[in-house]
Design a protein around this ligand. Structure first.
Ligand code: GTP
Ligand code: MG
Length: 308
């Protein structure tokens, strides 16, 4: 098929899932039509809530996603899911498990599940994920769930680009406080204390609220902290409602802040994408071998990119 960008975007906006799938591939592989396609579909976006789902491995994110899909479908919403694979050796196999957990929705045309891989791109994955979510928005999905594994920089970047991020924590993991430190407090719109069928859920809720109170003394406007049992669907409709409320109650000021960090991220990734991996290797080598200072090298690299 050889669609023009106009045809392609019109098909996506009309809900053609094959056109959507091809658009997602173009974004993932950063092929040339992706940029034009994004511009063309942007006027069709703005309806969806892009909701990040992040937290330590095994916290129950995929099980929650499955239940959030169910809750949203019960309200007649169409749901897109992006499972972000950071292509790290530590999370190998996670995506297969994710797909299996959401398999029961596969025959539902109102649900579209897709995994995103970084393919070793220098540009990182946050902006590409956000672009993919915009495509799903344009295709008419009202809720776009973005599941990322872990609490590293990639996850924080993805979370910043989402409208609201649910941070999933579980009692008794021992690394609760650690997880709260790692930039997570800043990005969380809603906390889900999952596996609340296990001992220690109450204590974890208080611990999170205590930490939040340092930033929000009255706990007003603080991210809500909800208990869930994803395996049984308990607390999930409330979690969905809380996430959607954060999205819809965002003020103009908050939306401006959101676009500031999105634009910054898009620019950073665009610059990084322009850099050939071999150039980066060579530049790093020159610094490590003491042949040149990193500041001069950074200037040179930037100039080379801008001259293109
Ligand atoms: N007891 C209990 N187990 C749960 C709950 N939610 C999820 N689990 C179990 O926890 C395990 C991990 O669940 P996943 O949904 O795969 O977790 P995840 O966060 O997506 O895991 P990764 O994608 O590998 O990081 C599975 O065996 C689930 O059945 C819960 O509320 N209570
Ligand atoms: Mg998962």
């Amino acid at each position: 098929v050889n669609w023009t960008v106009e045809e392609w975007s019109a098909r996506i906006a009309a809900g053609d899932q094959r056109a959507l799938a091809r658009g997602l591939t173009a974004i993932e592989n950063r092929t040339p039509p992706a940029a034009g396609l994004l511009k063309a579909i942007y006027p069709h976006t703005g309806r969806a809530a892009i909701v990040g789902l992040t937290g330590p491995p095994g916290a129950g994110k995929s099980t929650l996603a499955d239940r959030l899909i169910e809750a949203a479908r019960n309200q007649g919403r169409r749901v897109g899911v992006l499972a972000v694979d950071p292509s790290s050796p530590y999370t190998g196999g996670a995506i297969l498990g994710d797909r299996l957990r959401m398999m029961r929705h596969h025959t539902d045309p109102g649900v579209f599940v897709r995994s995103m891989a970084t393919r070793g791109a220098l540009g990182g994955i946050a902006a590409a994920t956000f672009h993919a979510a915009l495509l799903m928005d344009a295709a008419g999905f009202d809720l776009v769930l973005v599941e990322t594994v872990g609490v590293g920089q990639d996850e924080v970047d993805v979370a910043r680009l989402a409208h609201v991020t649910i941070v999933v924590l579980v009692p008794g993991m021992g690394d609760d406080v650690q997880a709260l430190k790692a930039g997570i407090m800043e990005i969380a719109g809603v906390f889900a204390v999952n596996k609340a069928d296990r001992p220690g859920a109450r204590q974890l809720v208080s611990q999170i609220r205590g930490t939040l109170q340092l930033v929000h003394p009255s706990l007003e406007n603080a991210p809500p902290v909800l208990e869930t049992v994803a395996t049984e669907g308990k607390g999930v409709p409330q979690l969905l409602e809380a996430a959607l409320a954060r999205r819809h109650e965002a003020s103009l000021e908050q939306r401006i802040e959101g676009w500031k960090s999105r634009l910054r991220q898009m620019l950073v990734e665009r610059i990084a994408e322009q850099m050939a991996p071999a150039d980066l290797d060579q530049a790093a080598r020159r610094i490590a071998e003491g042949r040149q200072d990193p500041f001069t090298i950074a200037d040179e690299l930037l100039e080379r990119i801008l001259r293109r």
